[in-house]
Design a protein around this ligand. Structure first.
Ligand SMILES: [Zn+2]
Length: 354
């Protein structure tokens, strides 16, 4: 049994890219409610509010110009050259309150770092985090601030010097890789659909880190329609090998749930069982080290609500029973309606680079 912290606030849902945008953080409220309904919280899984991080944490990762624009756009200031910073229209629109929300979701990931670093918890989860496309000086792919990089810095500052970042989102974790590609103490390992087919177009197998960090960037791309026979075998084996070789002090696991067959954006075809089984195997590989679990993509709402709530159960050593599905019943019609609405939205946004 590994004691697990679960960081949540309904204010996470104020990450508001618009009512028809594929990324809807209201999904996090559904997950929290589902877990509560199932009686998941107790001694094994303990819920906490996120503690907002501070501006200097953000400035350690992002450029001052970018932070300034995010803060001004957050107040609704007009006349800003937003497109220079990757902000709207299109995939990452600016919204009022984005700075305060950014401090909160980044703070949620830092709260995870602090709870595992002081040894109170072996694992900590914040599904609002995992926004892996955020770059040093611009937003990208629905992601504004890099909570992941800020949390990794927090782990390092608390004495967990070597950090392994593992990303199973269907998209390449380009932002995190770029931020740490010259740091030999942070290994980034991304499993994703090949950039030849999918945003952001990067993440080739031959890419390496720079300078003394040559061995700390790893990418394993998959062809479209890759299923569980390959994905579920490769991910735990490659992760285990690099975990043994790198010997990290802590692990950050990004569990974007868009490699599922139900997801409208990617083209990998994992079943929920295959996806969850892989996460379970990864947790087994990392069992002796502190682990932070962050969210990411996942655009079939019923599927992401289902698998992420099960990840929280798995991480805290609790079994789920069949009646978990009954507690949160979603018809396949809901799923397909959402799929069609998402595809309509995407085709309307001609500059949407997913
Ligand atoms: Zn994704």
């Amino acid at each position: 049994m590994i004691k697990t912290a679960y960081i949540h606030s309904n204010l996470y849902a104020s990450y508001d890219l618009g009512p028809r945008h594929p990324l809807q953080q209201t999904r996090l409220i559904d997950i929290f409610d589902r877990l509560r309904l199932h009686g998941a919280f107790g001694t094994d899984l303990v819920s906490f509010d996120p503690i907002a991080c501070i501006e200097s944490d953000v400035l350690a990762v992002h450029s001052a110009d970018f932070v300034d624009v995010v803060k001004r756009a957050s107040k609704g200031e007009s006349g800003l050259n937003l497109s220079l910073y990757g902000l709207g229209p299109g995939d990452t629109p600016a919204f009022r309150g984005m700075w305060e929300n950014g401090l909160l979701y980044c703070g949620g990931s830092v709260t995870c770092a602090n709870l595992v670093a002081d040894g109170t918890f072996g694992r900590a989860i914040s599904f609002a985090g995992g926004l892996h496309h955020a770059h040093y000086d611009h937003a990208s792919g629905f992601c504004i601030l890099s909570d992941i990089a800020i949390a990794i810095n927090a782990l390092k500052a608390r004495g967990l010097r070597k950090v392994m970042y593992v990303d199973i989102d269907v998209h390449h974790g380009d932002g995190v890789e770029a931020l740490f590609r010259s740091d030999p103490d942070v290994l980034t390992l991304s499993f994703h659909e090949s950039g030849a087919w999918l945003f952001p177009g990067t993440g080739n197998v031959q890419d390496r880190g720079t300078g003394s960090a040559e061995q700390s960037v790893w990418n394993i791309p998959f062809a479209p329609n890759t299923g569980g026979d390959i994905w579920c075998d490769v991910i735990p084996r490659a992760s285990s090998h690099l975990f043994d070789e790198f010997s990290p002090d802590a692990v950050v696991l990004q569990v974007g749930a868009d490699a599922l067959a139900e997801d409208p954006l990617g083209h990998l075809v994992m079943t929920r069982w295959e996806w969850l089984h892989t996460v379970e195997k990864l947790l087994q590989v990392f069992r002796d080290k502190p682990v932070i679990i962050l969210g990411g993509g996942g655009y079939c709402r019923p599927a992401v609500v289902d698998v992420w709530s099960r990840v929280a159960m798995l991480a805290s050593g609790q079994c789920w029973s069949d009646d978990l599905d009954e507690a949160y019943s979603v018809s396949s019609k809901d799923s397909w309606d959402f799929h069609h609405a998402t595809m309509r939205y995407l085709s309307e946004q001609r500059d949407l680079s997913i």
